[in-house]
Design a protein around this ligand. Structure first.
Ligand SMILES: [Zn+2]
Length: 222
């Protein structure tokens, strides 16, 4: 999870009657808990948004965060009224709407997003199309023959090559910049000829991806 945060100054505000009603109706923790959370809705510049307000005993200041799935959460110090969250969102309306939109867009297409089954299957098919068309091009250049291609949801690998000439790729290859995806495709393809990572292997890779060292470094930090 990654999020954009915005911190404001705490406003020392009394608890209004509406807040007490909110707490009464929506409190989902016991009286001795360290936090309480409520879900709220509002119309912000003609857009309906849902958000989460969390009061936390340890929170020192009001904090607004939009998470990678586009959810908006306001965290309040314990003594602040729930309406402070509404005020804070209204005051930062432009920022909230812009970030919610951006995060929803990034979220679905992010390497770090959790994709549900439907999203995964869609991405997997698109990845297969992309990988197949790039493979054809590079296989023709190198004059290599591969057996089959599989797209998988691998946790730790971008790709692999079996001794039978089957190439496997992580579906998230689709979410990388094209040049990085090409490097991974070329890497596995070159294993058809060179099974190790020796000098001859890297020379083969360099024929189509001369800047492979930079890409390898960038992929390592992901
Ligand atoms: Zn390798």
């Amino acid at each position: 999870m990654f999020s954009y945060g915005k911190e404001g100054f705490s406003i020392n505000e009394g608890i209004s009657l509406q807040d007490w009603l909110d707490i009464d109706e929506n409190i989902n923790n016991g009286a001795n808990s360290t936090q309480m959370t409520i879900q709220k809705k509002m119309t912000l510049r003609n857009e309906k948004i849902e958000y989460t307000v969390r009061k936390h005993r340890q929170a020192k200041r009001l904090k607004l965060a939009i998470s990678c799935d586009g959810n908006c959460t306001v965290t309040l110090p314990w003594r602040m009224g729930f309406v402070s969250a509404d005020d804070f969102i209204r005051k930062n309306a432009e920022w909230v709407l812009e970030k919610m939109k951006a995060m929803k867009k990034i979220g679905r297409n992010s390497l770090f997003a959790r994709h549900d089954k439907v999203e995964y299957l869609k991405l997997k098919e698109t990845a297969r199309e992309m990988v197949t068309s790039r493979l054809e091009k590079y296989a023709e250049f190198y004059g290599f023959q591969y057996n089959g291609v599989a797209i998988r949801n691998q946790k730790t690998r971008w790709g692999s090559c079996s001794s039978k000439g089957n190439l496997n790729f992580n579906y998230k290859i689709l979410l990388l910049p094209q040049r990085h995806a090409d490097y991974i495709i070329v890497h596995e393809l070159c294993h058809l000829k060179e099974f190790n990572h020796g000098k001859r292997f890297w020379n083969l890779v360099a024929q189509t991806i001369p800047e492979y060292e930079r890409i390898v470094k960038q992929l390592k930090v992901l």
